[in-house]
Write a protein that binds this ligand. Sequence first.
Ligand code: 13P
Length: 256
Amino acid sequence: MRKKIAAANWKMHCTLTEATALAERIAHTSFSLSEHQEVVICPPFVYLMMLRQMLQQKPHFHVGAQNCFTESSGAYTGEISASMLASIGVEYVIIGHSERRQYFGETSGMLARKLDMALQHGLKPIFCCGEPLEVRQQEAQNAYVLTQLKESLFHLSAEQLARVIIAYEPIWAIGTGLNATPHQAQQMHAFIRHCISEQYGTQPAQDITILYGGSLKASNAAELFACPDVDGGLVGGASLKAEEFKQIINALSAAH
Ligand code: 13P
């Protein structure tokens, strides 16, 4: 059975006090997660070590970074490498979030390189894809997402791909309160799985975890997680409220 994940992307939120309080409330709650269900918390870099320590003993809970650099080490002031993340016990890393593409000029080529780095150092990348509003309005989202996959992902071997998680995050749904409907999410997730199948074969396509992200919250998590090709979510705003995120985790544990 493929892995089902509730992932929290805290983005650039929380002071140390706030991060500690939020993490404690999650860490001190018990959930009934099964073997194939996981929770991944992706705080800003500066809180990764703390989160890892807090969650180390908690089964099914993992930490992830929100980015990593294209090189292993060197004179790149201000950057953080996949090898550094691996060395402090981080297991996951988000790569290619639309905010990184949009505000930091991250290109498909850079993302391909970041994926290589993450995999080389034993991290599990959460690779984000998704179309802007204009593309959705022209009903060209499938071609757009396929290009993103081709340009950054399809150079990987099947063995490497098996360690990647895909997150479909339509840009028009991020932070807008307007989530994709379960039908829209299911259609795109099935399409992504079809593309993986064409490139790598049926089994890798069946095995890959595809998360949905974009205004996912406690009130819509259950219906999105009920879609056959939606394997969980990458949650922004709603992951900053402990009660809300706990309900999302519970929706995941009830769903599959
Ligand atoms: P929101 O859940 O705030 O819409 O953000 C989604 C997201 O970008 C997760 O990576």
